[in-house]
Design a protein around this ligand. Sequence first.
Ligand code: NAD
Length: 501
Amino acid sequence: MPGAPQVPAEVAGRSVRTGAWIDRVNPARTDELVGQATRGDAALTEEAIAAAAQAWPSWWHGGLEERAARLRTGWAAVQEVAEELAVLLCRELGKVLADCHGELAFSGMLLERVLADAPAVLAESETDDGAGRLLVVPEPYGVVAAITPWNAPLVLAMLKVAPALATGNAVIVKPSPVAPLAVTRMLGLLAQALPLGVLNVVPGDLDVGQALTGSSTVGKIAFTGGVETGRRVAEAAGRNVVPLVLELGGNDAAIVLSDADLSDEAVERLILGSFLTSGQVCMAAKRVYVHRSRFDELVERYRACAAGALVVGDPMAPGTTVGPVATAEQVAAVAGLIGDTRARGGAVHELGTVPDADALTAGWFVRPALVTGVDDSAPVVANEQFGPVVPVLPFDSADEAVDRANASDLGLASSVWSADEDRAFALARRLRAGTTFVNTHNRSGMSLRAPFGGVRRSGYGREYGLEGLCEYVQPHAINLPGVLRSGGAGGSSGGRAYPVS
Ligand code: NAD
């Protein structure tokens, strides 16, 4: 087993060890210290903000080609330690090792996609005609603060860092203290290939977050996390009129129509849509609505397929698909939902297989479960559970399913399951969500070209796609009205102070 590394912060081109540490234990064996990350504070954050403010103009003016070359060099350094990073992520988060490898590889794909798309987003447009000369220049915001959660720390950081840096901004990342090790190490290596201060990483808690959200030097904040934290971030940013991307929680409905394919393969996709990363995914299927004519069949098929698909155990062991949850608080939260379900007369069906039950007592393991016999007011349905428990509920008509799916205050993702593609797309249009997957849910439904983000309390702004890149530039319009050029009167008499084109 590897030793416990100490991962420094990265500020202004320096690897910083403040002497204060964030300890991270292994959720699968909580007596094992996985490593320590430098605990940043407000002073270190201010230093990072100042470094970024100094760094971004020349980073931007250096041009995209130079930025892309530096970023690719940095990513090559990350890839050299890919195995170490995946193992570190697995041990600090409890996410299964294959998914940790997948997360790192996907982060690299994101970077490449961003670099391929950046020329289109950075293209200036110039119009010169009778109406005058208009130049529109997409410009960076300058200093971008990225505040990220723990559940997919590499990808969720890269979704901000790659587009922000490609478009000429400098960035300060504040990873979550729950899983700060792999992401800080990954970004530290990337930062070392870039000019001083272009990319800074300050792991820490509230003081670091508040130094970022309270700064008037920061030009844009990209935040991913819970709804209540998002509200506080928006309040703080509002005081300095700093714009935001807010990627918040979800309570995704999956709607299984009467004609849905319930083959093993399809049901397994539905199961993984809920239980990847032990259910700790913003876009997991968190409520499954099934047409009453297929309800019993689905529950039976779900339980049968889950026996093979959900193997609970050590996330490092080959064959495991469900590791522990990330914190003791998550264990307690799910236990509370299960207890409430039973108290209100609902049924809790344990799912999956547990090859070594004794091993689970050493960590924060929660047995995956399916819940039936509750209505939409039960907390397990009404709230984002963010753990391995999912309610399955019958409906009688598609209209009813749409109404119940849309009753949530959250609107991140959703899915429609039907053998009829057009029927699924028609129903999807009626769902209030930023994304609707068809015949899948969660990671397997994502596309690098599809903008992703929430509506309503799930937030605003987008990641992925061209829209995700556009979040990091703002148009600067430089305009000479034609009437002035042609020697016409530009005076302000009468209605002439209004533009003529
Ligand atoms: P969280 O809101 O507790 O923390 C997110 C980050 O904000 C952390 O880095 C935390 O330290 C920081 N923070 C906390 N208070 C702050 C403050 N007042 N000012 C500035 N920063 C502050 O979320 P979490 O528990 O880390 O993550 C789980 C939540 O994230 C879930 O609700 C999940 O749905 C959501 N999430 C959303 C997406 C998405 O793309 N929409 C993706 C992943 C996770």
